[in-house]
Ligand binder design. Sequence first.
Ligand code: NAI
Ligand code: MG
Length: 507
Amino acid sequence: MATTSKPKGRPAPSRAPTAPRATVRRYQMFINGKFINAASGKTFNVFDPATEAIIATCPAGGPADVDRAAKAAKTAFYAVWRGTTAQDRGRLLFRLAERVRARRSELAELETRNSGKPIIEAEYDMDDTATCFEYYGGLATKINGDVLPVPAVAVALAMREPVGVAGQIIPWNYPLLMAAWKVGPALAAGCTVVLKPAEQTPLSILALAEDFEAVGLPPGVVNIVTGDGPGAGAPLVTHPDVRKIAFTGSADVGRLIMRSAADQLKRVSLELGGKSPNIFFSDADFENAVDGALFGVFINQGEVCSAGSRVLVQRDIYKRFVDATVAKAKTITVGNGMDRTTKMGPLVSADQRDRVVSYLKIGAREAKLAVGGGVPKAHPRGWYVEPTIFYDVDNSARIAQEEIFGPVMSIIPFKDEADAIRLANATPYGLAAAVWTRDIFRAFRVVRELEAGIIWVNHMQPTMVEAPWGGYKASGFGRELGRWGVEEYLETKQVFINLDEKPIGWY
Ligand code: NAI
Ligand code: MG
């Protein structure tokens, strides 16, 4: 940070009470290959969570814009995209990945400025984004149907075809990466897309859209409508030309989407976060365990759907584990994500900060506070929350049952394996879980009992594009990533070709 010496002879200017000014860039949304304003002409502000400054404005998209985007996507689907070869679609995704790699630092900086996350994490996100496009570029040519061994004299086929126009609604915690998780498989499958980024973080995908034409994406194949949930998300869900909705976000909005998609019997896939257990048996490598507990929940300021927010610890190491975890949490550097030494940035919005702070108050009543518990004194400006650890938490407490989506760890003791499994499964959610032990037999026993879609052993959070991602129970349904991700965008068509010259024998 630059420091300036006070000008001599004049009183130092008092610090402005409002957020500092930044260059405000006016972004447009991307429909049918063009950057345009909203039909209403309205815009909304986009912020830097570290300074609270307005850094951009975006069009406040509404039903008219969604309609325009959906029609463009439908036209592009029938006129162009459906007829492309898988090889062409694959090559296009490779070129998109190349653009992400070429623009890595620029896009990562934009992501950090807009979301608050540490720049080092944003850079990894860009690598993962490129890898995701590459994976689906490769998979595009491996989507194939089946020939079925029917008893009749016939060839029976199961053909795979794109669903059509896909509506995709994504959150603000991994803005560009979440776009890639959704756009990559849709394009590989041959679908066209209307994507609605989160209103807090629309900038990185709009920046990448500058390259869509250069990589060869025909107009209308990927459309980006900016706006908030009720204004732009809701009309996307009910638009008659949209055949499928893919959503990542809160369970409440997930329920709403499922209800409104029911009228048109629209396909829906939902990833709704969780309250994932991170389970530590006393035979685990102790140092790795402590690091794994911290990394599991404080990565990306805890704004992670698979955050290991419930830390279950076996009683014989409980006290030592709490002490060591708390001691290390105190060393986490909180600050502006643009600073390369920052381990934890601000939360994405004032709303999210307030939501998390309200849970800190609930936690203070429900359990024992070991560290954190509020807004850091060093950062009165910016939407920061201290890394916080509660211990002696009862698994039925609200801070153990409800998704907080911030840097809040709840430590819960357990007695034995059966106790750990019972507690781990005792939430409505089932997205992820991790188990730490050096006993391979125990690890597998626990893996089999856990009701969650993603399970790590002796680690938490590494996310591989090859492997399926999604939840059990209230964490939603459908799977992203890997070959499962592309299934969400494919129809299956049965074809029966008679080869019997006199097939109908009884008339
Ligand atoms: P949200 O679920 O409201 O927002 C996610 C996306 O859904 C955004 O693009 C938003 O514009 C859109 N949306 C909101 N209302 C909609 C509607 N009626 N119809 C269609 N789309 C709609 O999440 P929000 O309010 O930002 O965060 C609240 C809580 O949700 C967080 O504290 C966290 O617990 C959870 N969450 C979970 C995420 C996950 O990765 N599973 C991601 C973001 C939030
Ligand atoms: Mg919301």
